[in-house]
Design a protein around this ligand. Structure first.
Ligand code: AMP
Ligand code: MG
Length: 343
């Protein structure tokens, strides 16, 4: 099939165009669209055949459940059979926005969406195009990131086309996404609530609203959230993450860079603004200032993809501080990286 690209200005929405995309969704077809986090690959959540197409296009295993996107809080009550007060508190504070809530699912939600779990993940995206599309389609929309499974998430329509061109009916091009990392996934069926995936809303922000939350290593995960697979978000190049902090970080990066260069590899470095001048002779892409994590989050995936596009074989990435959005960035870099580099 030929993928249609529909350009829409997110500041001045052309409703006629949104209606064309909504028709595709209603017909049971796939439409990639921008959200504030990354581009999503959308299908009608209430049409099982349409949902199945997502797994095929992305080559995603059926045991990895999807997030349902809504534009109206009332949908929570249709999709979940049990909406605790904390869900409303969080929704009031963070929706529309990059927070996904895991709740007990209702009969309406198909098992193909939830990978046979009895819970469903729901969020309201903070993006005009996404919200209008859901409203015009008059149905909740499931939308995992619009990339091939396991690969770097897309933050532009071009990234989506790189992975899914001619595999899906339509891509809405609404420009670059503003957050750049996926939503935080928070399970509120348990107490205390558990962060299953770090993301656009920080743990610090959550704690301010609901007090205690469990995160990361404190969890005894099992297979509750398959998004926690160890390898994910990977560029084609081999990514080496240098977690060292402070003054030793740059010298460690340089040492590894020279070792790989010496072996004939094309080596790129993803560095913080403050370290960028330390890597003479290497291609450096700046993720942002180390203390401007919002900027770093926006740039993360597009830098990894651009190294791939330019044929780099090795990417050495400087680790960032794990506070605020830094936790989401580091979670992604660790999964994108090779487990242990061999020099
Ligand atoms: P993606 O849509 O690719 O950003 O990934 C969605 C992720 O949300 C999954 O990989 C899971 O980690 C998480 N998720 C979705 N549904 C559930 C659920 N019912 N329970 C726990 N985690 C979920
Ligand atoms: Mg994804």
């Amino acid at each position: 099939m030929k993928t249609i690209i529909l350009k829409i200005n997110s500041q001045r929405i052309d409703l006629a165009k949104i209606k064309i995309a909504a028709e595709e969704i209603k017909r049971g077809n796939l439409v990639a669209f921008p959200t504030e986090t990354v581009y999503g690959l959308g299908a009608d959540a209430l049409n099982e055949k349409a949902v199945a197409k997502i797994f095929k296009a992305k080559e995603r295993p059926f045991n990895d459940p999807l997030i349902v996107h809504i534009a109206d809080l009332k949908e929570l009550y249709r999709l979940s059979k049990q909406v605790p007060p904390v869900a409303l508190e969080l929704a009031k504070m963070f929706w529309p926005g990059p927070l996904t809530l895991v709740l007990k699912k209702s009969e309406l939600v198909s098992n193909i969406i939830t990978a046979d779990l009895d819970t469903v993940a729901i969020r309201m995206p903070d993006d005009n195009i996404a919200l209008s599309l859901i409203r015009e389609a008059k149905t909740p929309i499931v939308a995992p990131s619009a990339n091939l499974f396991g690969r770097t998430s897309p933050t532009t329509a071009q990234h989506v086309a790189e992975d899914l061109n001619d595999k899906i009916e339509m891509i809405i091009d609404g420009g670059k996404t503003k957050v750049g990392v996926e939503s935080t996934v928070l399970d509120i069926t348990v107490s205390p609530a558990q962060v299953l995936r770090a993301g656009g809303i920080s743990v610090e922000q959550l704690k301010k609203v609901i007090g205690e939350v469990k995160i990361g290593e404190e969890l005894e995960m099992g297979f509750r959230s398959p998004g926690r697979l160890n390898s994910h978000y990977s560029p084609r190049a081999k990514l080496i993450l240098v977690e060292e902090k402070g003054e030793t970080q740059a010298s460690k990066v340089l040492q590894i860079a020279f070792e790989y260069k010496g072996q004939g590899f094309k080596v790129g470095i993803m560095a913080k603004e403050e370290n960028k001048d330390q890597y003479n002779g290497f291609k450096v892409k700046v993720i942002g200032k180390g203390n401007e994590l919002k900027t770093c989050a926006t740039n993360l995936f597009s830098i990894l993809r651009s190294f791939d596009q330019e044929g780099f074989e090795i990417i050495i990435a400087e680790g960032l501080e794990e506070q605020g959005l830094g936790l989401a960035i580091m979670e992604r870099l660790r999964k994108a990286a090779v487990p242990k580099y061999e020099c």
